[in-house]
Design a protein around this ligand. Sequence first.
Ligand SMILES: Nc1nc2c(c(=O)[nH]1)N[C@H]1C(S)=C(S)[C@@H](COP(=O)(O)OP(=O)(O)OC[C@H]3O[C@@H](n4cnc5c(=O)[nH]c(N)nc54)[C@H](O)[C@@H]3O)O[C@H]1N2
Ligand SMILES: Nc1nc2c(c(=O)[nH]1)N[C@H]1C(S)=C(S)[C@@H](COP(=O)(O)OP(=O)(O)OC[C@H]3O[C@@H](n4cnc5c(=O)[nH]c(N)nc54)[C@H](O)[C@@H]3O)O[C@H]1N2
Ligand SMILES: [Mo]
Length: 774
Amino acid sequence: MNQKENITDYNGPAAGWGALKAVTTSWFRSENGFRNLRALLKTNQNNGFDCPGCAWGESPESGMVNFCENGAKAVNWEATSRLVDATFFAQHSVSELFKQTDYWLEYQGRLSQPMRYDAASDHYVPVSWEDAFALVAQHLKSLESPDQAEFYTSGRASNEAAFLYQLFVRAFGTNNFPDCSNMCHEASGVSMSETLGVGKGTVVFDDFEHADAIFVIGQNPGTNHPRMLEPLREAVKRGAEVICLNPLKERGLERFQNPQKPIEMLSNGSKPTSSAYFRPALGGDMAVFRGMAKFLLTWEQQAQQNGDEPVFDHDFIREHTSGLDAYLQAVEETSWDHIVQQSGLRLDEIETLALMFRRAERVVMCWAMGLTQHRHSVPTIQEVVNLQLLRGNVGKPGAGLSPVRGHSNVQGDRTMGINEKPPQFLLDAIEKRFQFKVPRHHGDNAVTAIQAMEEKRAKVFIGLGGNFAQATPDTPRTHDAMRNCELTVHIATKLNRSHLVTGRDALILPCLGRTEVDMQANGPQGVTVEDTFSMVHISYGQLKPRSDQMRSEPAILAGIAKATLGNFPIDWDWAIEDYGRIRDMIADTIPGFSDFNHKIANPGGFYLGNTAARREWNTASGKAQFSASTLPAQLINETVTKLGDTPDLILQTMRSHDQYNTTLYGLNDRYRGVFGKREVVFVSEDDILRLGFEPGEKVDMVTLWEDGIERRVSGFELVPYDMPNGQAAAYYPETNPLVPLESYGDRTFTPTSKFVAIKLEKSKPDNIIPTTAA
Ligand SMILES: Nc1nc2c(c(=O)[nH]1)N[C@H]1C(S)=C(S)[C@@H](COP(=O)(O)OP(=O)(O)OC[C@H]3O[C@@H](n4cnc5c(=O)[nH]c(N)nc54)[C@H](O)[C@@H]3O)O[C@H]1N2
Ligand SMILES: Nc1nc2c(c(=O)[nH]1)N[C@H]1C(S)=C(S)[C@@H](COP(=O)(O)OP(=O)(O)OC[C@H]3O[C@@H](n4cnc5c(=O)[nH]c(N)nc54)[C@H](O)[C@@H]3O)O[C@H]1N2
Ligand SMILES: [Mo]
């Protein structure tokens, strides 16, 4: 196919008719239209189920049906009628399946019965649930130390599943909890815990309705949090400013129509979502914020000299903060040259940003992966905190900090104790309530878990959801590491590549999804989740499970726990007869959950509370803390530049419109105008020509990294895109082979998925291995 057919400019607004068309298309493809429609109408409603898409929350007052195109895709994908069963695995060996694309693998349908890998035939063969549990127990019990097992969690697991999981794993004896947060908002947690005493966002939905300015930084809500566009548009309507910092012009942030308001859609009234758009260098945001602070400081000094109204909120600073002087000194010491050079913005753009920030009485700062997946993500987010503290923008209505979470219950999983560095109060509470000695030493995160498997220090890998083999960096190396295991176990809804990267023994344990009725001894069970605004609510599956061999996540975890530990420290069978019993245990041990079973009866759920939002500071100093970090001297790793090589481009890896992380719903990226393919790399036209290529040409991307290991992907089509020079953007997971395992954030271990130094080479036709074509 020629390039023109597949790459076009997208001229329509975000959402609108295109969204409706996309939903109906995926509808018909699932062969299950009416069943899914019923499911969708129940999404995010009282007594319905929580959308398995993103973690965005709802206004507690909203009674309307709230779904978005991508939520519809997530529901539809889970509710497919296709089944992956024993016949399927008899037909396909694991090596054959491994050759299939990620898209193809998940498209085959729902995993419907427990399977065990048979190395002799290279096929998965049926196994009974009891034998599967016994196999896990046998492996776990034969380890020399509990720290030789890794217990991964992806952020869809419910609170009840997560709580049981952490209880079992700690009773077994380790804190090895690598989880998807490690690759996601870890930096937000680290920076905010230190400075504000709480690792979660300080705002609630209502704050968006009262903000004078909302910053959307390093986030693409049109695709990844579509329901967020509504409050953004409402904000613009009432005259608030929405200010975007993103190197790519993201369609969802430029124009927007709401498919739930058909009249506006008919009138084709596309309204601007965004009032101001700034395009920094990759990793340049800290310099931008530092520049804004430098302007604010200059204006504050001028105001003091002239006796004008101050720029800083001195009352707030005096009463609530500590560390201002050291911070202002760091600001003064940062040179304008350094700021401008690193930010990628002009000085007058930074001044405009500072003006917009200053003239807003109430500011909400939102961010996602564009800020968290860098080496200096912690100081970058702390610079956001600094700005907000200067103006008293924490703990007042319409203002605050909002790291917008990814997976629908990733925040809840952390609250439940899925944490390799658990807080003392949590361990104390578990020890007291369940009467066993909990492990106190820190466990592995996603990166150190891979290193442990690579070095054969870890021998068992258990994944509660997710796709560890594809979501993590350095793909071939990570695959080898997982293959070193004695046992790999995946509790999953859909077949994915992780299931094909088998240890000597391997199990696939099929679980129910959130859309399905979860029947236990005491009747149908609901599970709870926590959204990005710390609202906890209950979710009841609506659809009949497609196979009676699937089990719920809590039931599978209880089965593994019982086989491994017997009735220690609880009676596992009893716990899952009624999830209210699990919630009672949560109420006993996790702050904010007292009276849990009663509170969830409240339609819309309940608010967990947030100390920083109340201006209580659980920090070392008892105050909100300014951070006086220095701007990195340079962003490219020093050891790389020492090698004498300069990168052609810096690559960020991101999501298309048709994917949910490693789950690919299709091969289009409508808003960016790419159709039917994913092996593309977006580069400015100037750069394409400067580097001696032509638009549409196929290139290899090769990473520059200190260890000299060759990291290469082949056959990526150069797509000219309106973006700053010096940058490239391509989709994950196809580009994860380029991200070095050791390239991670300081103090976060989050892979630097938004900053990979690369060279481009002309692709040799033989090199091109298609990875996604359906
Ligand atoms: N439909 C759908 N919804 C999802 C997901 C999905 O895959 N599909 N994933 C879920 C998950 S787990 C998460 S974590 C979230 C992810 O939500 P996002 O963070 O929106 O996801 P990304 O696609 O990684 O987009 C990162 C954005 O940051 C920009 N960016 C990259 N580097 C920089 C930088 O250095 N500075 C700035 N200012 N911007 C930068 C990119 O251009 C891009 O617009 O979405 C969640 N929701
Ligand atoms: N290069 C690069 N890498 C990245 C990122 C990036 O931006 N760039 N983003 C990172 C981020 S933010 C994240 S959060 C991670 C995501 O990493 P993961 O959470 O590990 O990956 P997912 O693709 O969300 O997992 C999809 C699989 O989850 C299983 N699943 C779906 N629903 C359920 C369920 O209800 N229960 C169970 N048990 N299983 C279920 C299905 O089998 C499906 O195949 O990837 C990270 N990796
Ligand atoms: Mo994420």
